[in-house]
Design a protein around this ligand. Structure first.
Ligand SMILES: O=C(O)c1ccccc1NCC(=O)[C@H](O)[C@H](O)COP(=O)(O)O
Length: 260
């Protein structure tokens, strides 16, 4: 079984348990559920840097990245750096994240927040809204076209933006539909962990212009962004490059300074 299949198998068990602890109705009654969300896709269309900076403690491909930081400092550091949005990994088992991380990021910044999760159930979209997210991620590799439609339409009803992630032409063709806001190309193959910016370059011309294009993973230099911009990318999701440092906010500040 590859890692992605393992993550999804564990996620199904986790989501069933979570539902039994906090019923969906209770999530809908939370204070944050009523807040006005911030659109990341709209912000990206007009952003100069396009940086979406991630909070990521560890990952299946790198194991430990950084366990010595607190989310509050990372979120306010990213906001001060002038990033366009923040991605918060909420998976516990494989990434060391949690929904509390999302909540703390919400309390510490006014950035559009992406809940970075393996979404396989509408319940997780309710959780995203209840814990302060503005955007959800849908991963084409783990969803059918019908699920992508169901989940993205559900998210839009809740005023959440939708970032759909693909890694191949087949995934892209399967997924294109009007209920998506952003099309993300993951440069990392989630089954083998190989990383190549060529994936973003190759798939770019197949993405219709109605969607904001986001390049994800393996971006570790300003040169990489300069290379990707001519392919129409407006958003750049960066995790490890910032999180491996003692001060991700300061590292994002330096990065953006040399980019602009
Ligand atoms: O990062 C991983 O190892 C990984 C493995 C399996 C599924 C997802 C994974 N990562 C999630 C992400 O999409 C990245 O955290 C994100 O794009 C940032 O990537 P990076 O800048 O390379 O840290």
């Amino acid at each position: 079984m590859n890692i992605l299949d393992k993550i999804v198998k564990d996620k199904r068990i986790e989501v069933d348990l979570r539902k039994s602890i906090i019923p969906a109705k209770q999530l809908e009654q939370s204070v944050l559920f009523e807040r006005e969300t911030i659109s990341l896709s709209k912000k990206l269309r007009h952003s100069k840097s396009g940086i979406i900076a991630e909070h990521k403690r560890r990952s299946p491909s790198k194991s430990v990245i950084n366990h010595n930081l607190n989310v509050q400092d990372v979120a306010s550091g990213y906001e001060n750096a002038g990033v366009c949005g923040m991605s918060v990994l909420t998976d516990g088992k494989y990434f060391g994240g949690s929904l509390d991380d999302l909540l703390i990021a919400r309390a510490s910044s006014n950035l559009p927040l992406l809940r970075k999760e393996f979404i396989i159930d509408e319940y997780q979209i309710l959780e995203a809204k209840a814990y302060g997210a503005d955007v959800i991620l849908l991963i084409a590799a783990i969803l059918t076209r019908d699920e992508i439609k169901q989940f993205s339409e559900f998210a839009k009803q809740l005023n959440l933006d939708v970032l759909l992630e693909v890694h191949s032409e087949a995934e892209l063709h399967k997924s294109i539909m009007p209920s998506l806001d952003m099309l993300g190309v993951n440069n990392r193959n989630l089954k083998t962990f190989e990383v190549s910016l060529e994936t973003s370059k190759q798939l770019s011309q197949l993405i219709p212009d109605d969607f904001v294009k986001v390049s994800e993973s393996g971006i570790s230099s300003v040169e990489a962004i300069k290379e990707l911009k001519p392919y129409g990318y407006k958003g750049f999701l960066i995790g490890e490059n910032f999180m491996k440092t003692d001060n991700p906010g300061a590292s994002a500040t330096e990065f953006i300074k040399s980019l602009l």
